[in-house]
Structure formats: structure tokens, C-alpha cells
Design a protein around this ligand. Sequence first.
Ligand SMILES: *Cc1c(COP(=O)(O)O)cnc(C)c1O
Length: 477
Amino acid sequence: MTHSASAYPYNLLEERPWLRLAARHAERFLDSLPARPVAAQASFQELRSALGGPLPEDGLTPEAAVEKLASGAEPGLVASAGPRYFGFVIGGSLPAAAAADWLTTAWDQNGGLNATSPAVAAAEDVVAGWVKELLGLPGGASVGFVTGCQMANFAGLAAGRHAVLERGGWNVEEEGLQGAPPVNVVLGEEAHATVFAALRLLGLGSGRARRVAVDGQGRMRPDALAETLRACAGPTLVAAQAGNVSTGAIDPLDEIAEVAHRHGAWLHVDGAFGLWAAAVPALRGHLRGVEKADSWATDAHKWLNVPYDSGIAIVAQPEAQRAAFLKRAAYLIPALSEERDPHDYTPESSRRGRVFPIYAALVSLGRRGVAELVERNCAIARRIAARLRAGGVRVLNDVVLNQVLVRFELPAGDADAFTRAVVSRIQREGTLWASGTRWRDQEALRLSVSNWSTSEKDADRSADAILLAVKEEAERC
Ligand SMILES: *Cc1c(COP(=O)(O)O)cnc(C)c1O
């Protein structure tokens, strides 16, 4: 059905059938999550044909457009918001957070300025305080709400780049890096790919970073860091990690902060999911010294279970974050207010009210609920590891948080090939989905327990499906 302004078939203000239709599709999808196959049921090419064809000359009604999108996309949806998706590190959406995200869309606020949405600016101010408290970070730090940990790493390192160059009298925002004193960048061997992408965007080069040796769980070794820093003169950035994607291990931050600061370096912590362990009293010890860093990056769309996309960049010295991102131009004069202008802390200028789903997630959980969510996922990770170990599977990591790394071996034969075959059998079978990966030059399967709705029953069903895949693949060999 096509429409023109004069021929709308319904009362725009009273009915809004397209919203109802979208809500119905959303509910149907959410209801399907516990039972549907976890992997997508259609290929890229099939989806391309279903969604594609020439752009229609005349537009559809809003309902017809929603219907076309929903029916075309449905077979290609991954149940990554569901309870048995253990791939990468991907959280689901808490009910309150998903509902708040709908409201955010309906409100359609430009969250860049206090002038364009005081509601966004104020909610950011409130949530910033809550997040710092939950994560055990300094109350005076500044906070920017970005799209994910990729941009949070970029923002933290941008603030660091400003600070270390400013100490030598160089204004990198004004002068750029051409002619600037060289900036040393020091990372653990296990630094995340997004840290390298951030270095590329910052003009610091991903290939120039010095790599520091790690221990058997992937934690940066403070003695190796000290040795590397002794060879570095001048402005220096160090990036540590809280939560290795393979093992869940957290760098020894207390010692790293001591070493980094003794050498006058800026310390950034990539804590996409691991920083949330600070919300759990029993796990806080893993993060001892975290508050001594200069900047921190984390995700809300992983362990806090808000819908994509949502990351948080936190900087101990607000001046450094503001120096990196302050936006001032004549047309922005109304922004010169005492209140927070959200875009002064982020690379983006215009942006959605990304903070609202975080607000809803936090108030729906409360302090205790955040701790319980993190703790429950860790307990389920230990449960899966124990059940797999009992079934003869080799667990490669110390299961300290929510990540479980396993490898499948036969009495004789190529364990890499066997592991790959078991991983693809698990992924095809559909009870669960987990990522194949390489750890220390060995093929492995990585499970990340990051979803609020994953139960012990889901854990047992998933472990049993893995053990069955091992058995079936072994029989084939
Ligand atoms: C997921 C992750 C990132 C990247 O986060 P995005 O949400 O994809 O932007 C960075 N570092 C670590 C350790 C991660 O686990």
C-alpha cells in the first residue's frame, strides 16, 4: 500500500498502528528467545534477497514498512539477546532497559547539549555518579556516554594523549601530532583489538606500541612493564586490561599503576566487562588499585545488559577529557552554561539519549541487583566449566569471572582439527552459540556468560549439548 499526505488511512494522532505492530513483533521475538535456535536461520545472501530489490518508487505506509523489515530480517536474527548465547562478550537487554530504549527513540532527544535536552544532561550527571560509585572509581572523575568500549578506549586514550603532551607544553588539539614530541604507547600482549583501532584514530599508530609480556592467564606482568618503561623517555601512555576476552583475567592493576606512575605515564584501563566485577564485594579484590588509573573504558551493553549500543568513558582529570572533546563554535553559544553539555566528554556531537536505558537498568536492578547479576553469571560460568570438566573436556583458564575457555582432545589425533569440528557442530546444532578462538596457538571454544536471563538449567542444557557434540564428532573420527 502506498500513501500520500492527503490519503492517510488512519488518524495519525490517535492510532499509531505502526507502533503497535512494532511492539507485537518485538514481543513475538522476545517470546521466541528461550526456544528458537540460537544461530541465524538464513544466510546473508538469502536475507539480501528477502530485504532487497530496487527501492520502491512510492513509499509504503509506516505499518507496511515495519512489516517488510520485520519479515525480511526475522530469519537472520541471532538470539544473542537470549539465555544460551555465549559468543564473544554480549549481554542481553534487561526488560526496563529495553523499554527505556523505546522511549528514548520516541523522545528523539538530541543529547549533545544541555540546551537541546536538559533531561539527557541531567540523567547523565546522575548516572555518572552511580557508575563511578559502583565501579569504585574516583568521585571527581568525568564521564562520557559513547557507543561502546571501542569509543571509550578512544576517549580515554585521547584524554591521555592530551595530558602527557600538555606536560611538555604541547597542545595536541591545536597543533596536532606533526612536530609533537613522540608519544610512547605501552600495551600488554593481550590488548584488545579496539585499543589498536583507537591508536590508529589518534594518530599514534597501532604498529608502534610496545608490547609487554603477560602471564599464563593473559595478565600484564608488572616486572615486564617496569623494564619496558625504563626504555621509554618522554610522554607515555600505558593501557592495561580488566577482563581478558578469553580468560576473564584482570591485570594486576595496583602494581601496574604504581609502576606506570613512577615513570610519569598515563594509565588507561580497558575494562569492557571486567570493571563490573567491582560491583561485587567478593570479586572486588581482583580489581585492587583500579581507582589509581587515569582513565577507564567500559561497556554498558555487555555486562549491564542494556541494548546496543552503549559504552562509558571515564577520566580522572575532567580537564583532560574536556580538552580532548570540547566543542565550541559561534552557533553553539547557548551551550555556554554552567550545566553539563554531554558532547564535551565524547567524540560525537549530536547523539541519542543513550544514557536513558542505563538509567533504567540501574534503577531496576539497584546496587544489590547489579552485584547479583554479575555474581550469578560468574557462578554459571563455574557450573558450565565443572560439568564440562566432569565430561572429560579440558578447561584452559582459571574461571575467575564469566569466561570459560575449553579445548576438545582425542586420545590420539589432531586436537586443533577436532576442536574446530566440535565448535562448528555446536554452532550448527543450535542449542547454544559460542565462539571458536585461538589461545596460545591452540584452537579453543570460548563461552562468555553475560546475559541476565541465563539460568542454571540453560547452563546444564548447554554443557550437555557441548558434550554430545564432542561424542558425536568423536564417533565420526
Ligand atoms: C568488547 C571489548 C571491547 C570493545 O567493546 P565494543 O563494545 O565492541 O566497542 C574492548 N575491550 C575488551 C576487553 C572487550 O571485551
